[in-house]
Ligand binder design. Structure first.
Ligand SMILES: [Zn+2]
Ligand SMILES: [Zn+2]
Length: 281
């Protein structure tokens, strides 16, 4: 069966692949960063990815965890870390333990609990910073930060060899926010989190786009596009990728609905997490 919602989207520095529809399935893979964001129903594309960051325990984002663990075991791929909100860590370990008991398998994956404020180092050049999302259950947003190096001010005249010899003294580390993924959240995050407005690529849920669905968005603790429009002047991002659209809308209804409501200041920077014909407004 052809997957009508599968997409790939190139940003300035990395490519995002995945599919995302509210209540059905959400997962993304960013090969350039060696990580996955949510796991959906157990996407094949994520099995080889060493770190998965799960936003919250709702089934459409997390039910694929045992499949990920089992496929890695089947293929003999060691390790694999599934980062989840701390409140959900015991539950996910129980689920994996139950599968191990019932199937006689031994999974090699680690379930790692994360709370807002935590930082995970990924390789030499990246960190993931954990933020609070505002949703019906404990939910994390994840920010990927790149660690870079530059010459301190005042040392511009040094030669290459001199810089190497005095590295610790003349080179400084700095950080650049590449990506922030909100997972499921409501307008509370727009009110309370400033990091999301400054990251290079913001991946934000936008479950609802149509007239009359504003109250539904608020009561299920999701975002309606009008919430985003209310904060239009705050977004400094290069790209804003909207995800997690309700299945009640067709792909062209989503594109049309957002195009009609979108403030001019956001129009060129918005991308929809849908196949290419529907990505731009
Ligand atoms: Zn969801
Ligand atoms: Zn949810």
């Amino acid at each position: 069966m052809i997957d009508k919602d599968y997409f790939t989207l190139a940003t300035g520095h990395f490519t995002i692949e995945g599919r995302s529809r509210a209540g059905h399935e959400t997962w993304f893979r960013i090969p350039d960063l060696h990580l996955g964001l949510d796991v959906g129903r157990g996407a094949d594309a994520l099995v080889g990815v060493p770190d998965l960051f799960i936003s919250h325990a709702h089934l459409d984002h997390s039910v694929g965890i045992p499949f990920y663990a089992g496929q890695r075991q089947l293929h003999g791929t060691p390790g694999g870390t599934i980062h989840v909100p701390s409140d959900a860590v015991a539950g996910f370990r129980e689920i994996l333990g139950a599968y191990e008991r019932m199937s006689g398998a031994r999974f090699d994956v680690t379930v790692n609990g994360l709370a807002p404020g935590d930082v995970v180092r990924l390789g030499r050049a990246h960190e993931v910073h954990v933020h609070a999302a505002t949703h019906r259950v404990a939910a994390n947003a994840y920010e990927v930060v790149e660690i870079r190096h530059r010459l301190r001010d005042g040392f511009e005249s040094l030669t290459h060899d001199e810089i190497q010899a005095r590295r610790a003294e003349v080179i400084e580390e700095y950080r650049r926010s590449l990506l922030l993924y909100t997972g499921d959240t409501d307008r509370g995050m727009l009110e309370r989190n400033d990091a999301m407005f400054r990251t290079e690529v913001l991946m934000m849920e936008c479950s609802f786009v149509a007239d009359g669905h504003q109250e539904r968005a608020a009561s299920y603790r999701h975002i309606h596009f009008d919430d985003i429009a209310d904060f239009a002047d705050k977004f400094e991002n290069e790209l804003i990728v909207l995800t997690h659209f309700s299945r009640r809308y067709s792909r062209s209804e989503i594109q049309e609905g957002i195009r009609r409501r979108c403030p001019a200041v956001l129009r060129d920077r918005i991308r929809l997490a849908l196949p290419e014909a529907y990505q731009r407004l």
